[in-house]
Design a protein around this ligand. Structure first.
Ligand code: NAD
Ligand code: UDP
Ligand code: UDP
Length: 428
């Protein structure tokens, strides 16, 4: 009995806190005995989980994320704005505030916006971005583009299509902006020249403002037209051009030149990461059938091959898959540019007509028509810079690419047998 009491007393003494004894070592011993430390740690863990799950959050409970499948990718502009505003609200309008992002809102993959993504070049670019798993938002007012060009992505949760005119501001949260929105064919951009200037200037300003706000990288699709009727041949990026500022093509030429200026000013003044591509004549499947460009007119072939002027003016034609590869390399790379992206193979319009006769229709007749105003006499890119810094050069020769385009046109116009019009078929 005595011994048991003695034992209990000793035991109780050992359980007294260190303050009682005034010796820190004893507290350590006390904690280590009978796994008390483990119980304390488990208690802390349970309290932390309970606090995280049940405590009122300073961030409001997120509004349910819209069902992409319901929208079949055709989201109204307002719902998209609401979504982006919601995320902006959650992040305090600062893109990322570095705080804890609620579960389900964490980003996966790259978010890319393609303005003009329902157009000819844009839709091929979208195909490539989607294929590599990016989340792609197409912003387009369907002036020259169409839903048909991107409808094969409808229903894919990584794809969104917003009917929106870039002349109006828009709020989105993205990592990359490919800014293509602008009619490219002379027939289209001359149709409403003031609108063309607004698209190039105000539209580009808005997209640069967006890039600045969310810290996105911005790629501008400029044009070889910035060289005007060039006095230097072939055209190198350092050439400043020979542009008529008051002619019928000026809305496009000067519009794109101003867009380049804006891009560089946002780069220098607001540290926006910009990329500038100067695109030379591009052709391929999904070109607008009635856009009046020479390759479309020749590919359509419901009339004789209409050669404007004496047909001695030259152009360099690149297949669309080559361009898309160049645009993506430029966006991913570290160089601002500008970079010429074009095929250096140079053809007179008469030579082009002969290629069409050789590869498509030997019976095609050539008919001369008066040329249009301010038509540049020569155009051929010097692509040394793109070769060296982007490791890029075109792969598809005109003779290979033209038949692919003609197949696509025939299928669309005359309903010929189904043809594969994707870009991959031509490059591989
Ligand atoms: P495209 O006309 O097929 O595509 C342009 C797209 O932009 C269309 O879907 C159109 O609906 C959309 N768009 C036009 N204005 C808009 C606006 N205000 N708001 C929203 N969307 C608008 O032309 P493309 O050949 O695909 O050209 C794409 C880009 O490449 C253009 O910026 C063009 O200037 C440039 N580019 C093209 C070529 C070429 O040969 N295709 C050559 C040089 C430069
Ligand atoms: N802008 C936009 N989306 C954004 C941020 C800006 O459309 O997410 C537009 C904005 O409406 C403005 C333009 O981009 O007209 C330029 O924006 P910036 O912030 O550079 O200039 P500011 O608004 O100060 O004139
Ligand atoms: N062109 C032509 N026949 C046509 C359409 C155009 O000879 O049916 C000429 C036009 O005069 C220009 C060249 O082809 O010299 C390229 O014109 P396009 O409109 O395709 O593009 P641009 O380079 O002028 O933007």
């Amino acid at each position: 009995m005595t011994s048991e009491l003695t034992y209990r007393r000793r035991h109780n003494e050992m359980e007294q806190p260190a303050a009682y004894y005034g010796k820190p070592m004893k507290l350590i011993h006390y904690m280590l005995r009978e796994q008390r430390l483990v119980f304390v740690l488990v208690g802390i863990a349970i309290a932390t989980v309970a606090f995280t799950l049940f405590s009122p959050s300073p961030i409001p409970i997120p509004i349910p994320i819209p069902h992409y499948s319901d929208q079949l990718s055709m989201r109204s502009e307002s719902s998209s704005l609401a979504q982006s505003r919601r995320i902006e609200y959650l992040t305090g309008g600062m893109g990322s505030v570095g705080g804890k992002i609620p579960l389900g809102l964490k980003r996966k993959g790259l978010r890319v916006v393609v303005t003009g993504g329902a157009g000819f070049v844009g839709s091929h670019l979208v195909d490539r971005l989607m294929a590599r798993g990016d989340k792609v938002i197409v912003v387009d007012n369907f002036f020259t583009g169409s839903k048909e060009n991107v409808m094969h992505h409808f229903g894919n949760p990584n794809f969104e299509l917003i009917r929106h005119d870039v002349v109006e501001p828009i709020l989105l949260e993205v990592d990359h902006i490919y800014h293509l929105a602008c009619p490219a064919s002379p027939v289209h951009y001359k149709f409403n020249p003031v609108k063309t200037i607004k698209t190039n200037v105000v539209g580009t300003l808005n997209m640069l403002g967006l890039a600045k706000r969310v810290g996105a990288r911005f790629l501008l699709t400029s044009t070889s037209e910035v060289y005007g009727d060039p006095l230097q041949h072939p055209q190198v990026e350092t050439y400043w051009g020979n542009v008529n500022p008051i002619g019928v093509r000026s809305c496009y030429d000067e519009g794109k030149r101003t867009a380049e200026t804006l891009a560089m000013d946002y780069h220098r003044g607001a540290n926006v990461e910009v990329r500038i591509a100067r695109i030379f004549n591009t052709y391929g499947p999904r070109m607008c059938i009635d856009d009046g460009r020479v390759v479309s007119n020749f590919a359509l072939r419901k009339e004789p091959l209409t050669v404007y002027g004496d047909g001695k003016q030259t152009r360099s034609f690149q297949f669309v898959s080559d361009l898309v590869e160049g645009l993506m390399r430029l966006m991913e790379g570290e160089h601002v540019g500008p970079f010429n992206l074009g095929n250096p193979g140079e053809f007179t319009m008469l030579e082009l007509a002969k290629v069409v006769q050789e590869t498509i229709d030997p019976n095609a007749k050539i008919e001369f028509r008066p040329n249009t105003e301010d038509d540049p006499h020569k155009r051929k890119p010097d692509i040394t810079k793109a070769k060296e810094l982007l490791g890029w050069e075109p792969k598809v020769a005109l003779r290979q690419g033209l038949p692919l385009m003609v197949q696509d046109f025939r299928q669309r116009v005359f309903g010929d047998q189904k043809q594969d019009t994707t870009t991959s078929s031509s490059t591989e």
